[in-house]
Design a protein around this ligand. Structure first.
Ligand code: SF4
Length: 381
């Protein structure tokens, strides 16, 4: 390993799921043992062929990583350690589906060096889980958290979704309270996005009234901010809350526009200023990786104002916002003059907080982050 290897986050995509949820637009496939085994070999081959990299974090995402047995995940951690320079103290996370049958062997995760579990809870109301097509129950989630604690995990994150069909302010409040009762170190709350081509998109076309209005979504988001902040969680990114010291280091690197190396079907990398995305065609991916050839996909090299625009969009997601001094050093752009117009407009509209050193979203801006980002992107065109 040479010392000039890029440094950042290593992402490994495990795309198989025990079942397919009707709202999901990720690169995922139902579990088939032969395909899953072949895919594992493809991942191993891609790891071997990958560029040198210093991993500050490792993240197993999916799909459902825990459709694979814990031995497979442990062996991928081991392989990554051999192939890359995994830095001391690296945060190593895996996503988990809290399906009890898939949540065995957490002690092995610990022994492999996994430090953080991110559990796809989605809701703690049984009826909403059913609407989402999820097969776990609220009691299963509690059991999985308890297993994690018993295995020594002191960094557990829970993902929740708001704006679900049939969800009320009261039921969302109860889900938040039930999540807080499990004392996670970290919580992510995502507004439901209906992605085209999913069964949810067809449902929304048939019955738009079943889905949350923008006003209701804003009310649900406000409730999450207020309740989680009152419980001592820092709202450090639009969708993320953490107890002090438990921000997600892997995701923080994305928002800082850092380097990352993505391994697996559909995975994205940001290396040497270029963004590359692997094909989402499972067969094409496996064939290319196993053949040692380049993985088909897309590559984009952002430069100048486009690069700064993207960095702005990412930074605005965080509580720190854009740090004007470091931004000028890194992108060669004086933020306040280059973006004078959107800064003035958005500040006037109460969407931003502007200080001599930082530009960040106000509370109001967090509810309308897409509009704020669009204003900055338009200015960068
Ligand atoms: S939501 Fe998660 S478990 Fe459901 S299909 Fe998508 S990746 Fe798989």
């Amino acid at each position: 390993m040479t010392t000039n290897a890029e440094r950042g986050g290593l992402y490994l995509h495990l795309p198989f799921c025990p079942y397919i949820c009707p709202y999901c637009d990720f690169a995922k496939w139902p579990w088939r043992t032969a395909a899953a085994e072949r895919y594992l070999h493809a991942l191993e081959a891609e790891i071997e062929a990958a560029p040198e990299f210093a991993a500050q974090t490792i993240y197993f995402g999916g799909g459902t990583p825990n459709t694979y047995p814990p031995e497979a995940i442990a062996s991928l951690v081991e392989r990554s350690r051999k192939r890359f320079n995994v830095l001391p103290g690296a945060e190593i996370s895996t996503e988990l589906n809290p399906d009890l049958a898939l949540c065995e062997g957490f002690a092995l995760y610990r022994r492999a060096g996994i430090t953080r579990l991110s559990i796809g809870v989605q809701s703690l109301a049984a009826s909403e889980l059913q609407t989402l097509g999820r097969r776990h129950s609220p009691a299963d989630v509690a059991e999985v958290v308890s297993r994690a604690r018993h295995s020594g995990f002191d960094n557990v994150s829970l993902d929740l979704i708001f704006g679900l069909p049939g969800q009320s302010v009261e039921s969302w409040g109860r889900s938040l309270d039930a999540a807080l009762a499990l004392e996670p170190e970290h919580l992510s709350t995502y507004g439901l996005t209906v992605e085209s081509g999913t069964p949810y998109a067809a449902w929304q076309r048939r019955d738009p009234a079943a889905f949350a209005s923008q006003d209701l979504e804003a009310e649900l988001y406000a409730l999450a901010i207020d309740r989680l902040s009152a419980a001592g969680y820092e709202h450090y990114e639009i969708s993320n809350f953490a107890r002090p010291g438990f921000r997600s280091a892997h995701n923080a690197n994305y928002w800082a526009n850092g380097a990352y190396l993505g391994i697996g079907v559909g995975a994205a990398s940001h290396l040497a200023g270029a963004r590359a995305t692997h094909t989402r065609d499972l067969k094409a991916y496996a064939q290319a990786a196993l053949g040692g050839g380049p993985i088909p996909g897309e590559i984009e090299r952002l430069q100048g104002a486009a690069r700064a625009g993207e960095a702005t969009m990412l930074a605005l997601r965080t509580v720190e916002g854009v740090e004007i001094g470091p931004f000028a050093e890194r992108y060669g752009i004086d933020f306040l003059s280059f973006y004078a117009l959107p800064v003035a407009e958005m500040n006037e509209a109460g969407m931003l907080e502007v200080t001599p050193t930082h530009v960040r979203l106000s509370r109001r801006g967090r509810f309308l982050a897409n509009a704020v980002c669009a204003a900055f992107l338009a200015a960068a065109d």
